[in-house]
Design a protein around this ligand. Structure first.
Ligand code: G3D
Ligand code: MG
Length: 186
């Protein structure tokens, strides 16, 4: 069995309001390994997942919050040692206020972890089309607004995902993992 170098073990914290789909996204990404490696403790879950990047094995520890999604309260243990992070909000029409809290999750993360790579997921993209407003350019969660917000705040990228359909989930996680790998190898 190969021993992984510490350089290729990354803790990724998955942040965002309750019910935006954090756990579902991790489950979708890690698929069959999810059930057995999913451990709940002290208001947090973490699961292990192995990814291949450029022929190397990369071990990921994916952390998410278990129903105690409030800013600040768990910050030390949850954020400590993160190599990268994901902030998730929901594009479901009735959950768009979750987008208004992205800035707070981001400032918490930056305060705890500094300049780590952070990626932004607008999840539940499968529900967007049911509300034409969500794609209108004067809507705050329209692509043009969110992309500008993501750029202004130095997210590495913005993806619209669906844990339900699987849309862009794998690609979005991999984009972050590749970024972490590149940072560890230069
Ligand atoms: P959380 O971990 O951020 O709290 P969960 O969120 O992963 O528990 O998801 C909350 C609810 O949203 C779940 O529904 C889940 O099935 C649903 N959900 C998650 N991702 C998506 C998505 O991409 N599209 C849709 N349509 N629903 C999604 P329940 O009903 O189990 O509470
Ligand atoms: Mg959850």
């Amino acid at each position: 069995m190969n021993h992984l170098s510490d350089a290729f073990k990354f803790k990724i914290t998955v942040c965002g309001d309750g019910a935006v789909g954090k756990t579902s996204l991790i489950k979708r990404y890690t698929s069959d390994t999810f059930e057995k490696d999913y451990i709940s403790t002290l208001g947090m879950h973490f699961s292990k997942y192995e990814e291949d990047v450029a022929g190397e094995k990369v071990e990921l520890l994916l952390w998410d919050l278990a129903g105690q999604e409030s800013f600040g309260s768990l910050r030390d243990r949850f954020y400590a040692g993160s190599s990268g992070a994901i902030i998730v909000f929901s594009l479901a029409p009735e959950e768009l206020e979750t987008y208004n809290h992205v800035g707070k999750w981001l400032s918490d993360l930056r305060e705890a972890c500094g300049n780590i790579p952070i990626i932004l997921f607008g999840n539940k993209a499968d529900l967007v089309d049911q509300n034409a407003l969500a794609t209108s350019p004067d809507y705050t969660t329209s692509d043009v607004h969110v992309l500008k917000f993501a750029q202004d705040n130095k997210f590495i990228k913005y993806y619209k995902t669906s844990a339900l359909s699987g849309q862009d989930v794998e690609e979005a996680f991999q984009t972050l993992v590749i970024k972490l790998y590149q940072r560890a190898t230069i």
